[in-house]
Design a protein around this ligand. Sequence first.
Ligand SMILES: [Zn+2]
Length: 144
Amino acid sequence: MNDDQHAPGRKDDAEWRQILSPIEFAVLREAATERPWTGPLLEEKREGRYNCRACGNLLFRSGTKFESGCGWPSFYETVNPDAVTLIEDRTLGMVRTEVRCRRCDSHLGHVFPDGYGTPTGDRYCMNSVSLAFEPADTAGNEGG
Ligand SMILES: [Zn+2]
């Protein structure tokens, strides 16, 4: 387990509990799922970036967010394939693909091949509490 100490973003549970709220810890570190239609980022429509709540790793851009009707923020593509780790998840009697932050190994949500009408056909079904939204207008005004 000492290998983890060499990876940036890796922390032990006690450290995570200090920087995450209880619900954030439950989702990010214990793979819980927030209740649908409750996440604060569900209706977020501004331009900006979606970072990992735990470590700040850039995961999605607002241009790939779409209305999936599933009750969780949905994206059709990550900023790049190296941003996340995909893991086969056989819990709940289903075969799903879990999405984790590659930098800190936190649980983000699942990806499903039913992003109908999107450029990729994928639906990254994310927990709002796993993401931190950074509006474009606070990241600099170049190009105004
Ligand atoms: Zn992370």
